[in-house]
Design a protein around this ligand. Sequence first.
Ligand SMILES: [Fe+2]
Ligand SMILES: [Fe+2]
Length: 259
Amino acid sequence: MRSRPSECITSSNRSRIRACRTPPLVHLQHRDPTDNVREPYDKASTAPLSKLHALTIMAAEQQTMNFYMNVGPMYMEPIARQLYQEIGLVEEEHVTHYESLVDPGESWWERLVNHEYNECYLYYSFMQTETDPRVKGIWELHLNMELEHLRLACDLMRRHDDRDPESVLAPALPEPVTFEPNKQLVRELLGTQIDWATLGTGYVQDMHERFERMQDKINAERPPQERVIDEHRDKFGDEYRLATDGPHPVERLRDKPRT
Ligand SMILES: [Fe+2]
Ligand SMILES: [Fe+2]
């Protein structure tokens, strides 16, 4: 992906930003690791459901990272291996980002209990919202297994932490997670928040020096993600993308066909 050039970004003057018509290549990935760590939630005051969400998004990123890192080396074409390695690195950044949301002051036993509780919560959600009775049965089977994990984890916490798991868990299962269409939400976020970056644990709209230093270093050679698109454009005339809900909300990031 490309972003606007740094001289445009560092300007807080919107009209000047819009005046930058043909930006040189500036990538949105990768961040310096220092800027990937967020402020953790406070385990004492955070709603149990928020803790579950932090674990779920961390697990999703972990799975994505594992996929790209494990599958990438199986490709024969060097460009495919390089691309997967690059995406795997981005996913590692996401894992760090979300993992750092979890309060580092939680004990190992507390974490185990939260983890098992979250597994119960997710399988319970799938079971409750599944319409195919055969698939529903699979979710129920997994929920039952996770309930036993949770029971064992709670025993361990009582024994080794000398605390009641009830003191950290939600008093009742929250409303089930549901699968909803989210393309409009993502489009809105792209349209309004794409210029935000992180600086330490805060957020800024300026591409700061540390960000640019990292960009220069890691993208010193044209990165695989751009070379793949170059090749696709050369062979098929345009970029590789499926725009089901209209063109990209940010004009400068729209398809750039071969000229
Ligand atoms: Fe990710
Ligand atoms: Fe489990």
